[in-house]
Write a protein that binds this ligand. Structure first.
Ligand code: HEC
Ligand code: HEC
Length: 339
């Protein structure tokens, strides 16, 4: 008997003694050099598992191996993969009765870095960093110049189109200090610059949860002399194309609102084309975005006449304005909840 046959026999006996995978032939640790995760598994199962990991992460063997020397431990990804194998087994045992429900693919889905947040069609949140440093002040001042006059207030009216629901009238009155009154279909909201109230048939109540915040964000027209003053440490995060047009993306955080926002400025015109918001939740960050277009002059200020709001569930509402007027005189009472 040669030593190979002996080894096979030994394994056969060991199988009887309680291996998880009873088998003929060698186990991985007998065939290969550095086996920790796959001990006790038939040697023939190692390469299929390698191909499964590669396909799940969308990589080649070289991502984890020096392909001249597979047993080598020189790549940290190999050790990381062992931790992931242990994690997969733990999750599966603890929560899915060991049915193999959770695998590398469940999280990785073809990427080395799993997605942390829900994705929204048409929205890119990982930008390619610009190679040369670009001051945000240049981007902001280009916007202010392109915008023209600074209006103290504006009043707009138009129609909102929602997918699968009837169109609704939309009327917005807004000041540079963040006060607004909005009527959208049957909903009415007022904001005195800080709190948002929903005004209903039976009077006004503070907008519940973060709904006031969402309304406040969706009506923002970035009026005033310093429309981006609330962003903490804004920086140019990259360049993206929207509808074939080049934009510069400025990223900034508004800690009080628990949001991280990407402001997309049209490279050519300097005007704001999109604001993408990531709202922190206790589970992870939730994206949504608003597109601004059809800019027209209103009393000297370039104003978007088309606003498309895409909510985290992917539903879009398009509002087109028909009339607009700048510097309207409004009594403060218009922004306070009625008694
Ligand atoms: C995501 C990382 C990862 C990828 C991708 C990967 N491997 Fe591995 N590979 C490992 C880990 C981890 C081990 C060690 C397994 C253990 O500890 O039981 C290993 C072990 C091996 C071994 C055994 C080496 C020895 O003698 O100890 C071979 C051979 C191997 N891989 C081949 C491949 C091939 C071929 C591919 C591409 C088809 C591949 N691997 C892709 C992580 C990876
Ligand atoms: C429960 C989710 C989850 C599962 C299941 C999972 N991973 Fe991961 N994996 C992650 C996360 C999260 C990271 C960290 C990514 C980052 O840093 O961006 C990660 C990172 C990695 C890395 C490091 C990537 C790098 O860029 O260096 C490797 C390698 C890896 N996983 C392999 C695997 C393999 C192989 C499996 C299946 C055996 C697996 N993972 C299963 C969530 C998971």
């Amino acid at each position: 008997m040669d030593h190979k046959t002996l080894a096979a026999l030994a394994v056969g006996l060991a199988g009887v003694a309680g291996f998880t995978y009873p088998q003929e032939g060698k186990t991985t640790e007998q065939e290969y050099k550095h086996i920790e995760s796959f001990k006790g598994i038939p040697a023939g199962e190692l390469l299929p598992a390698m191909r499964f990991m590669s396909a799940s992460l969308g990589v080649k063997c070289v991502f984890c191996h020096n392909t001249e020397d597979f047993p080598s431990e020189e790549k940290p990804q190999k050790q990381r993969a062992r931790q992931m194998i242990a994690m997969q087994r733990q999750i599966d045992r603890a929560f899915f009765a060991g049915q193999g429900e959770v695998t590398c693919t469940s999280c990785h889905n073809g990427h080395t870095s799993p997605a942390r947040r829900p994705s929204l069609t048409g929205l890119v949140l990982r930008h390619t960093m610009p190679t040369t440093e670009m001051p945000t002040d240049d981007v902001f001042s280009k916007f202010l110049k392109a915008r023209g006059a600074t209006l103290k207030s504006i009043s707009l009216s138009g129609v909102s189109v929602h997918a699968g629901r009837p169109d609704s009238a939309y009327e917005l009155l807004e000041t540079e200090t963040g006060k607004f009154a909005l009527t959208a279909g049957l909903n009415r909201f007022v904001c005195d610059g800080s709190s948002v109230w929903r005004v209903g048939e039976n009077g006004a109540e503070p907008a519940p949860g973060d709904s006031g915040d969402i309304v406040r964000r969706t009506v923002r027209l970035f009026l005033g002399a310093s429309p981006f003053g609330a962003y903490e440490k804004p920086f140019v995060a990259g360049f993206e194309k929207i509808d074939g047009r080049d934009t510069v993306v400025v990223r900034g955080r508004i800690p009080a609102d628990k949001v991280l926002e990407d402001l997309y400025f049209d490279k050519e015109t300097g005007l704001l084309a999109r604001v993408a918001t990531q709202r922190e939740t206790v589970l992870g960050s939730l994206p949504s975005f608003m597109d601004y277009g059809d800019y027209r002059l209103v009393d000297g200020m370039m104003t978007p006449f088309k606003i498309v709001v895409t909510s985290p569930d992917g539903e879009a509402t398009t509002t087109n304005f028909a009339t607009a007027k700048g510097n309207v005189e409004v009594p403060d009472a218009a922004f306070k909840p009625p008694h």
